[in-house]
Design a protein around this ligand. Structure first.
Ligand SMILES: Cc1cc2nc3c(=O)[nH]c(=O)nc-3n(C[C@H](O)[C@H](O)[C@H](O)COP(=O)(O)O)c2cc1C
Length: 211
């Protein structure tokens, strides 16, 4: 499938086939394909909570404007953006540092430079922590949606939910922001999709403020 097909076939699906499960193998493929997404310094500040249990999905639905797709989709991903994913001592930061040393892309003498660079970019305000986490997790989430199409799956990004309520219900640590929920599954058979929604044109997208 070429990218034009992937990008036009991806739609936010409201009606999932609740009788058709997503295999663990497909879920693994989906996550591993999406994990190719780019990230700042390759820090990959994202995690997923995978919900399959009906009762857990009901608890999430109650906090997500009662949107039925949360229980109809066989899998719901809670996408997590790690606001601390740049900091010295963080498990992935240290793993990333070791990988950079092993691959020769950094030398031991550059450690202070690397840690200070990340801190100065991502820790100058609470907004900078949040922006770091959410922009990177957003790329990952977009990759999940496109990878789903390649695997014959469908998805629906959702931010219609009670952020603090979800954090509390699923015991999500403070270091995370929850940018979106992502139901994943197969389209309910026999349903016609509405025609694709409008998009801004190139002229509406491109702006200039300096001339
Ligand atoms: C971050 C984000 C949050 C969204 N939240 C919801 C939501 O809570 N409920 C919903 O029905 N659609 C939600 N949508 C889906 C959008 O309405 C949809 O992407 C948009 O209308 C374009 O339609 P398409 O995805 O089918 O092309 C969300 C989309 C994004 C990217």
């Amino acid at each position: 499938m070429n990218f034009k097909d992937v990008s036009t076939q991806r739609r936010s699906i409201n009606f999932f086939d609740s009788d058709r499960d997503v295999s663990e193998e497909s879920l693994n493929d989906l996550i591993e394909m999406a994990a190719r997404a780019p990230s700042s310094f390759n820090l990959q500040p994202w995690n997923l909570i995978v919900l399959r249990d009906q009762n857990e999905k009901e608890r999430l639905k109650a906090l997500a404007w009662d949107q039925p797709k949360v229980v109809e989709a066989p899998v719901v991903l809670i996408v997590l953006a790690d606001k601390s994913g740049w900091a010295e001592g963080h498990e992935i930061v240290e793993k990333n540092w070791q990988q950079m040393l092993d691959s020769g892309s950094m030398t031991a003498e550059q450690r202070e430079w690397f840690l200070n660079a990340a801190k100065s970019l991502y820790d100058w305000s609470p907004e900078a922590n949040l922006a770091f986490a959410v922009k990177n997790a957003g790329f990952f989430a977009m990759s999940l949606m496109y990878a789903a199409i390649e695997l014959g799956l469908e998805s629906h990004p959702m931010d219609g939910f009670d952020h603090e309520g979800v954090r509390k219900e699923f015991k999500i640590p403070d270091k995370y922001w929850v940018p979106l929920l992502l139901p994943i599954g197969y389209r309910k058979p026999g349903l016609e999709l509405h025609s694709a929604k409008w998009r801004k044109t190139k002229n509406e997208i491109v702006v200039s403020f300096h001339k």
